[in-house]
Design a protein around this ligand. Structure first.
Ligand code: DX5
Ligand code: ZN
Length: 229
């Protein structure tokens, strides 16, 4: 199955003093998702956004809000994020969480459900839950900060996961990539089967509109090539 490739700017690298303007820039450039990084200072060393900010930006966002929960005990906060306007919610498989329960909770709240894996977490952690989720977020950096270097093992991991999903009749499950995605590595990432492309510093550093256009051109070229093969 060919998934629509979606660009998801990560707000972590945006101007937090002007989030309404940042939403308008996302709307104008017609990105398909807006990635919201939620960090609690426990699961990752950093602290960022809570449901209050999600509900504040929601009225200005045309694209669905993709909330990446890098937090301990996500069950406690999922209903709040859903109420605040999260359209997609992903939780990490690491830590003591009861994944099926958590995934059901996300779906019961009306959001699309995803699981996220750190770069050193075995892919097998995703296999048991894959049939229950809408997408799998494969981290290509260790979560916590923007602007980190892409970890190349992602390429092998993503290709392996895509094969597993396709073989097991789970073609509809998408793969999201997050961390260190820039113009110069986007094409090789697309080749491995990721269809939800998160980028923070790659889009917000420099001219946002130009960066989104450049990403789009790379995606269009890639799609033309794959269709003509
Ligand atoms: C990292 C976050 C990412 C981050 C990506 O913990 O999950 O979404 O914002 O930033 P870049 O694209 O700059 O690596
Ligand atoms: Zn993220």
């Amino acid at each position: 199955m060919l998934h629509n490739i979606k660009i998801a700017p990560s707000l972590l690298s945006s101007d937090f003093a002007n989030l309404q303007t940042e939403m308008e820039r996302c709307n104008q450039s017609q990105v398909e998702l807006i990635h919201v990084d939620v960090m609690d200072g426990h699961f990752v060393p950093n602290i960022t956004i809570g449901p209050l900010i999600v509900s504040a930006i929601k009225p200005y966002a045309k694209a669905p809000l993709d909330c990446h929960l890098m937090i301990k005990n996500p069950d406690k906060y999922i209903p709040d994020f859903a109420k605040a306007g999260a359209d997609l919610i992903s939780v990490h498989v690491e830590g003591e969480i009861h994944l099926h329960r958590t995934i059901n909770m996300i779906k019961d709240c009306g959001a699309k459900a995803g699981v996220a894996l750190n770069p050193a977490t075995p892919l097998e952690y995703a296999y048991e839950i894959a049939e229950f989720v809408d997408f799998i977020l494969l981290m290509s950096v260790n979560p916590g900060f923007g602007g980190q270097k892409f970890i190349p093992s992602f390429l092998r991991r993503c290709a392996t996961l895509r094969k597993f999903l396709d073989k097991n009749n789970l073609q509809n499950v998408e793969i999201e990539v997050d961390g260190g995605i820039k113009k110069d590595n986007l094409e090789e990432v697309l080749k491995t089967g990721a269809s939800m492309i998160v980028s923070g510093s790659g889009l917000f550093s420099g001219d946002f509109y130009n960066n989104v256009n450049d990403f789009r051109k790379i995606i269009d070229n890639f799609q033309k090539k794959t269709i003509s093969v």
